[in-house]
Design a protein around this ligand. Structure first.
Ligand SMILES: NC(=O)c1ccc[n+]([C@@H]2O[C@H](COP(=O)([O-])OP(=O)(O)OC[C@H]3O[C@@H](n4cnc5c(N)ncnc54)[C@H](OP(=O)(O)O)[C@@H]3O)[C@@H](O)[C@H]2O)c1
Length: 264
């Protein structure tokens, strides 16, 4: 089947993976709610989606890095779509901080955890409820291959993504008997603005960098299936890394991560 949600919401839609997911979903004729802080970027993308695909696209300019993100987002839903059910929610907004934990700005660290962990949980809790009541809907939480193992140099970031991964896997099991689908999308290093924001170069993470297209193609293919796996790792080398991180001794994966990230 071709998955065509009537109405989808994507957080972090102003760049990178979120913007591409929004484009791919709009191509299929879905109306969209686009959430992020950069007003101009969202307005540009919304105009492009309306023009190219004739869909409704509504920007919601919001800083999700504050407590109560879920209820705040629900209250900010544009009037034109506020009465309509959401068929797809993509919890994608997030950022990383590269470098030793003790070298990081304390406020920025809290901002990251609030966005990556607290806001994602709040949005999940708030927007899943109506889906479960209706017995229909799909939730994608964007985690990372980093969520499979600790990583010196990205310690708090990958810990936040481990949270997203574990939360989503558990939720997958809790909702297994409903018709609501849940998955954690776990990209490996991908060429977006992520590394500029994190204060790192792609090279600092070593290995192969995937393109946003590779990641989003894998997501769209998975969404077309009736059932979603608890987590989804695009690209074979990243799949191998994820499995290895789950089966190898922690000391070994820590040592490898430290070498790759040039930390410790
Ligand atoms: N690229 C990678 O290597 C990689 C790998 C694994 C996982 N991921 C995850 O993939 C997701 C998307 O990242 P990306 O690679 O596409 O990076 P990106 O291009 O930097 O996109 C991040 C998005 O999050 C939004 N955002 C950041 N802070 C926000 C806030 N406080 N409130 C609302 N929106 C906020 C940004 O929009 P505004 O700045 O306009 O608010 C932007 O749209 C993230 O969760 C990231 O952790 C990325």
């Amino acid at each position: 089947m071709t998955f065509t949600p009537a109405l989808a919401l994507v957080t972090g839609a102003s760049s990178g993976l979120g913007a591409l997911i929004a484009r791919r979903v709009a191509e299929r004729g879905s109306d969209l709610v686009l959430v992020a802080r950069r007003r101009d970027r969202l307005a540009e993308l919304a105009a492009e989606l309306r023009r190219r695909h004739g869909v409704q696209a509504h920007p919601v300019v919001m800083d999700l890095g504050r407590p109560g993100a879920g209820p705040a987002l629900l209250a900010a839903m544009p009037e034109e779509v506020a009465h309509r059910p959401l068929d797809l929610v993509v919890n994608n907004a997030g950022f990383g901080l590269y470098g030793p934990l003790l070298g990081q700005d304390a406020e920025r660290l809290e901002e990251m955890l609030t966005l990556n962990v607290t806001a994602l949980t709040s949005i999940t809790r708030t927007l899943l409820e109506p889906m479960v009541r209706r017995g229909h809907g799909t939730l994608v939480n964007v985690a990372s291959t980093g969520g499979f193992q600790p990583a010196p140099g990205l310690a708090a970031y990958v810990a936040s993504k481990a949270y997203v991964l574990h939360l989503t896997e558990a939720l997958w099991q809790e909702l297994r008997r409903t018709r609501v689908r849940v998955t954690a999308l776990c990209p490996g290093p991908t060429s977006t603005e992520f590394f500029d924001v994190a204060g790192s170069e792609h090279g600092a993470l070593g290995g192969k960098v995937t393109t946003p297209e590779q990641v989003v193609d894998a997501l769209m293919t998975a969404l077309d299936r009736r059932r979603l796996p608890p987590y989804l790792v695009p690209d074979l080398p990243n799949q191998v890394q994820a499995v290895a991180a789950r089966v190898l001794p922690r000391r070994l994966t820590l040592g490898v991560a430290a070498r790759v990230l040039k930390q410790g």
